[in-house]
Ligand binder design. Structure first.
Ligand code: FES
Ligand code: FES
Length: 156
């Protein structure tokens, strides 16, 4: 099946079984290896991408389901520059081994787009599907709050 969708703001076409995991299409067929695989069963969030702006686990999405939709991976999150949340994760040390980081950055971007005033408790709640075995989450949440402040300060 030929699957046409938009990937990081550009038209994308791939020939694959509609049942193939989106995670595998992104990484293996299209070379977007920024999307990571952890558990492979919807528990860890390492494979998070945005589909039409919503954070989803790409290991649980069949490729055919993204036909005609907009997919954003970590490679496309900030355009030509780092997204504010990527920049903050680096500055705050909210990333260590990095396996969880793309998924957390995409989840955080979704939070900041939809709930820019989310407080620390709400951010922790919304990030609950993204497991990090390294940082202890404190620095991740600090980074997301800092990024929210930067985004607001740049709004007209
Ligand atoms: Fe998809 Fe863990 S690899 S949720
Ligand atoms: Fe290693 Fe999060 S930085 S799992």
């Amino acid at each position: 099946m030929t699957i046409e969708f938009r990937l990081n703001g550009r038209a994308a076409t791939v020939t694959a079984s509609p049942w193939r995991r989106l995670l595998d299409v992104l990484r293996e067929d299209l070379g977007f290896t920024g999307t990571k695989e952890g558990c492979g069963e919807g528990e860890c969030g390492a494979c998070t991408v945005l589909i039409d702006g919503e954070a989803v686990n790409s290991c649980l999405v069949a490729a055919g389901q993204v036909s005609g939709r907009e997919v954003t991976t970590i490679e496309g999150l900030g355009g030509d520059a780092l997204h504010a949340v990527q920049d903050a994760l680096v500055r705050f040390g909210g990333t260590q081994c990095g396996i969880c980081t793309p998924g957390i950055a995409l989840t955080a971007a979704r939070i900041l787009a939809r709930e820019p005033d989310a407080d620390r408790a709400r951010i922790r709640e919304l990030c609950a599907g993204n497991i990090c075995r390294c940082t202890g989450y404190q620095l991740i949440v600090d980074a997301i709050i800092d990024a929210a402040g930067h985004i607001k300060s740049e709004e007209p």
